[in-house]
Design a protein around this ligand. Structure first.
Ligand SMILES: [Zn+2]
Length: 396
C-alpha cells in the first residue's frame, strides 16, 4: 500500500482561473493528486496522513517561463560566468535551483546557458542528485555572429547554419530552442531595437524544432525583429518591448505567447550604474521601460496569451523573487487572478507540460503552495510562502 495523504480545509485556487473553492480537499498518492473535492465528506485515510490546512490558501506552484539558472543576478552577471570553469558554474547554479524551489517555483524553463550546463543540471534534478524545480532547457541560444547573447550562445549565419545549430541543440538534448530576433540590453554594442536573425533564418530553427514536437522561444524586443519571429512561427515572444497593433494581430492569429519579463529592465533601472551595472545596460533599459509596459498593456487588453517569466539571473533579478513579475503585471492592468493563471496554467501550456502540471486537478502532479493569505487579496503573500510541495513532498 502506498501512502495516501489527505490535505483539507483550505481555500483552493486551482490555476484554471475559476473562482476559488472554500473548504477544499485533495488526496495525494505517489506524487499525484488522485482525488479532489469540497466539503467535509471525503474518502477515509489513515489519521496520521491528514494535513489540516484550515485558514490557508492552496494554489499550484509557480511556473517561470524565462530563467537563466547559470547566471548570478549581480551587477554584471557575465563577469562571473566568463571567469569560472563549467564545474564552478554548475555548482553555483545548484544553489540557484534550490532558491527557486524554496520560493515557490516548482517548474521553469531555462532560456540560454553556456556549454550545455543547463542540460546536465536538468538531468541531475530529474535523477534526484540535486534539489530543485524540474525544468526544460534550451541549451545554447542561437544568435547571428556578434548578436545578442553570442558569448554563451551558438553563432550561426544563413539558413543552413541556423538549421545545423538547431540540430546541434536538439542532438545535445535541448527541450526547446531559443533564437535571437533582435539586439538586447545585456550585450554591449547591440541595440534592443535592431533586428538580428532574419525571418528565413528563424524559420529554419522553427522547422527543425517543430519536426520533433519541440518549441521555439525568441528573444525579441524591437518591432521589426518581433514581426520576423512571429512570421517565422515561433511559439513565444520573450520581452516583446516594442509591439505594434499589426504584431499583436499576428500573435492573436497564430496563438503566439508573450512572456513579458517586466522584471528584467525594472531591476536594472531601479539599481542603476550606482550599483555597478554596466552603463550600456542601464541606458538601454531606461530607454525601453515605458514602451515595454505599454506594449504589455496593449497585448493583454487585446487578449494575447501571456505566460509569466522573470528573466531571473539578469542584474538584481533574483532567483527567489518571481512574485515581483506578478506584481508588475498587476500594475500594468492584470487582475491578481490573471497573474496567477499566467504563472500556472498558461505557463504550463506554453511549456507543453499542461497534461501533468499547471493546475491542481485529479491526475496531475502535486506541485502546490500553501499560503497564509489569499493572494487574490494580497499578492505579497507569495513572497512569504508557508510551505512548498514538489511532487507531493514537502520541500525542506
Ligand atoms: Zn533572458
Amino acid at each position: 500500500m502506498s501512502d495516501r495523504t489527505l490535505y483539507k480545509g483550505f481555500t483552493l485556487i486551482d490555476g484554471s482561473g475559476k473562482a476559488p473553492v472554500e473548504n477544499a480537499w485533495f488526496i495525494v498518492e505517489d506524487k499525484k493528486i488522485v482525488d479532489i473535492g469540497q466539503g467535509d465528506e471525503h474518502p477515509a485515510v489513515d489519521e496520521s496522513q491528514v494535513v489540516d490546512l484550515s485558514g490557508k490558501t492552496v494554489m499550484p506552484g509557480l511556473i517561470n517561463c524565462h530563467v537563466h539558472i547559470t547566471m548570478e543576478p549581480v551587477a554584471d552577471p557575465f563577469s562571473i560566468l566568463s571567469n569560472e570553469s563549467d564545474a564552478q558554474t554548475a555548482l553555483r547554479s545548484a544553489v540557484n535551483l534550490k532558491k527557486h524551489l524554496k520560493a515557490g517555483t516548482t517548474f521553469f524553463r531555462d532560456l540560454g546557458a553556456p556549454n550545455f550546463i543547463d542540460l546536465d543540471l536538468r538531468d541531475a534534478v530529474k535523477k534526484g542528485m540535486i534539489q530543485g524545480p524540474e525544468f526544460v532547457a534550451a541549451g545554447k541560444c542561437i544568435s547571428m555572429t556578434g548578436g545578442h547573447g553570442w558569448s554563451i550562445g551558438k553563432e550561426a549565419d544563413g539558413v543552413d547554419e541556423v538549421m545545423k545549430a538547431a540540430r546541434e541543440q536538439l542532438k545535445a538534448g535541448a527541450d526547446l530552442l531559443k533564437v535571437m530576433a533582435t539586439g538586447g540590453v545585456m550585450t554591449p554594442g547591440v541595440e534592443p531595437g535592431s533586428p538580428q536573425l532574419s525571418m528565413e533564418e528563424m524559420r529554419a530553427a522553427v522547422v527543425e524544432a517543430h519536426k520533433v514536437g519541440k518549441k521555439v522561444a525568441t528573444h525579441a524586443q524591437g518591432a521589426e525583429g518581433i514581426k520576423n519571429a512571429v512570421l517565422a512561427g515561433v511559439d513565444s515572444v520573450e520581452h516583446g518591448i516594442f509591439l505594434t497593433d499589426e504584431i499583436i494581430e499576428l500573435m492573436l492569429e497564430r496563438g503566439t505567447y508573450l512572456v513579458p519579463t517586466l522584471a528584467a529592465p525594472y531591476f536594472i533601472v531601479k539599481n542603476g550604474v550606482e550599483a555597478g551595472i554596466p552603463e550600456y545596460a542601464v541606458r538601454k533599459s531606461e530607454s525601453v521601460m515605458e514602451s515595454h509596459m505599454n506594449s504589455f498593456k496593449k497585448a493583454h487588453k487585446a487578449g494575447v496569451k501571456i505566460a509569466m517569466g522573470t528573466d531571473a539571473g539578469t542584474p538584481f533579478n533574483l532567483h527567489d523573487k518571481a512574485p515581483y513579475e506578478l506584481k508588475l503585471m498587476a500594475e500594468c492592468g492584470m487582475t491578481p487572478m490573471e497573474t496567477i493563471v499566467a504563472s500556472t496554467k498558461n505557463a504550463a501550456e506554453l511549456l507543453g507540460i499542461d497534461e501533468n502540471y499547471g493546475t491542481l486537478e485529479k491526475g496531475k502532479f502535486a506541485d502546490f503552495l500553501v499560503l497564509d493569505e489569499n493572494p487574490l487579496d494580497n499578492l505579497d503573500t507569495l513572497f512569504n510562502i508557508n510551505r512548498v510541495y514538489k511532487l507531493g513532498k514537502l520541500v525542506e
